[in-house]
Structures are given as C-alpha cells and as structure tokens.
Design a protein around this ligand. Structure first.
Ligand code: ADP
Length: 292
C-alpha cells in the first residue's frame, strides 16, 4: 500500500480578476471552502487512482475544520492515522485565485506542525512512502530514513520549495519537483539539465513543467512526457494530483513511462475543475480521458 505523511489544510478560496499585488486590495467574487493541503490532496489522488489501500499520517486540531478534512479523506477511503493536537488550530490556506487561473497562497500550518518523528505508523505492507514539505522537515527526514531502512520506496515532493538537509535527500528514491523547486533544492537556476546533473544521489527525479508537461531523469536515462492539452480553470492541486497518481501507479507495478502518462493526464484533468480535492479525477474519469 501507499502511505502519505503530510499536511491537511482547509482552503479558503476567493476568485477575482487578478491576484493582488503587495499593498493592493481587490474586490473578489464567490467565496468557497475546499478540503486541501498537499498531503491530503495527494492521499485523495492516490486513493482515487489506486484501488490499493491508501493510508495517511496527518496532524489535526479539534475544530470544525478538522471534521471537514476527515470527512473528505474518509469519503475517498483514505485510512487515517491522526495526530490530534487539541491546542492547535487545524491548518488553513488562504487562496487568491485569478480569472487567468493564477494563484497566490498563504498557509497557516497549525496542527500540521504536531507531526513528530515518533508518530510514523507501522510500515508493514507499505511499498511507497510519499511526503511533501508542509510538515516539519525533521519529521520528514526521520520518516524517510526509517522507510529506507525498511526497504520502502521514499518519494518526496519538495513543495513548498526550500533547501533540503543532505540526510533527507540521501534517503529519497524519487524526487518530484517543479522548476522553481528544482532550483531551490539544487541552488542552480536557469538550466533544468544542469540542476538535474547535480542531483546524482537520487535515483529518479521528475520535474513537472506545468502546461509544458514533465520530464524524468533516471539512471542516466531521460524521458519527456508532453502535457495533455486542456482549458485550465484552476491549476490548484494539479501538482498534488500528479504526485498521488504517479505513486499509486508505481505501487501497482506500472513502469515509469506509464506512471508519468497517467499522472500527467490526471494533472491536466485537475486543472479543469475548481478546488483541490474536489478537482481530482477518479480512475474511471482518468481511463475515459486517456481513451479519447
Ligand atoms: P505545480 O503546481 O506543483 O507547480 P505543475 O504546474 O507543474 O505543478 O503541474 C503538474 C502537472 O500537471 C504537469 O506536469 C502537467 O502534467 C499537469 N498540468 C499542469 N498544468 C497544466 C495545464 N495548464 N494543462 C495541462 N496539464 C497541466
């Protein structure tokens, strides 16, 4: 099975003509709440794509937001390992979304920071551990090391971008980054090829390129997967959908090219609907899209 260790946030989304510049106030339109957080989004994506059982380790407060997030994960049949931090607010994200599908996001992590190294559940039956960087990096590092020691494949989506401790990078089998994150992780800006060449300790590096698709470098090989053209309405969770679907495919034993193709199609579909978890396609929707 796939274990996701990561964040769950309730997204507060306002759409407006453009994302406000610093100091600017814009009058927005419809307001909505959506279950989100990179970890929970990726768990829902993996569960909808997987068939195989999907588990998630997450930190929540004891508030109404926590109930919304648990309901969404339960609906997607994600088995939850909840660290309950009654003194902390459940994580929230304030999302400004523009008519041209650009976004600007501030996250208040709250109870996501309650995930500690000792909270890792049993890895028995787990083939892949998928993590992001919205929970404390010391905990992520400890989980990665424990998984590596147990022979579990460690997949890290290094988002939001930050530089990584060497101990973490050394325990990662598959790294998934966009161009900005690749530059942050390696300290090399400008050339994707040059940055990839600096990441020799990671077996497989996948770089997502938005509407230009994605590429993967693995064992000296290089592969380009073009994007599936769609009319993008809201790109929130495209990257998360990509990560969850990629790992679910790998856990089912599909090879990297096929996993990249499914992940790209799912990422494209996620761009066509509003919201985070609400925009993630099911296996049936994904198969229908790939068959056209
Ligand atoms: P992130 O949001 O993490 O920066 P990307 O924007 O690179 O991630 O999106 C992840 C993947 O989703 C891309 O590699 C691509 O396959 C798909 N995707 C994203 N935006 C689009 C788009 N506008 N059209 C088609 N596919 C897209």
């Amino acid at each position: 099975s796939v274990l996701i260790a990561g964040s769950a946030n309730l997204d507060f989304v306002v759409r407006s003509h453009h994302v406000p510049a610093p100091g600017e106030t814009v009058l927005g339109r419809d307001f909505a709440n959506f279950p989100g957080g990179k970890g929970a989004n990726q768990a829902v994506a993996a569960a909808r794509a997987g068939g195989a059982d999907t588990q998630m380790l997450l930190g929540l407060g004891a508030d109404a937001a926590a109930q919304v997030l648990e309901a969404s994960l339960a609906k997607a049949r994600v088995h939850m390992h909840v660290v309950r931090a009654a003194s902390l607010a459940t994580g929230v994200a304030f999302v400004c979304l523009s008519d041209s599908a650009e976004n600007a996001i501030t996250v208040a992590p709250g109870a996501n920071n309650a995930l500690k190294p000792e909270h890792l559940p049993s890895l028995t039956g787990v083939s892949h551990l998928l993590m992001q960087l919205e929970t404390p990096v010391e905990s992520i590092t400890a989980y990665a090391q424990a998984a590596r020691e147990s022979g579990v494949q460690v997949v890290l989506n290094a988002a939001p971008a930050q530089s990584l401790p060497k101990a973490l990078l050394d325990a990662v089998d598959v790294l998934i980054v966009n161009e900005g994150e690749l530059a942050q992780v390696t300290g090399i800006t400008g050339s994707v090829a040059e940055a990839l060449a600096a990441l020799t300790q990671v077996k497989t590096v996948v770089v997502t390129l938005g509407s230009r698709g994605c590429c993967a470098a693995t064992g000296g090989g290089f592969r380009l997967q073009p994007a599936f053209p769609v009319e993008a309405l809201d790109t929130t969770a495209a990257g998360d959908t990509f990560c969850g679907v990629l790992v679910a495919a790998l856990a089912r034993g599909q090879d990297l090219p096929e996993a990249l193709r499914r992940a790209s199609a799912a990422g494209a579909l996620a761009c066509t609907k509003l919201g985070a978890q609400s925009s993630i396609p099911t296996t049936a929707e994904l198969d229908a899209f790939l068959a056209t």
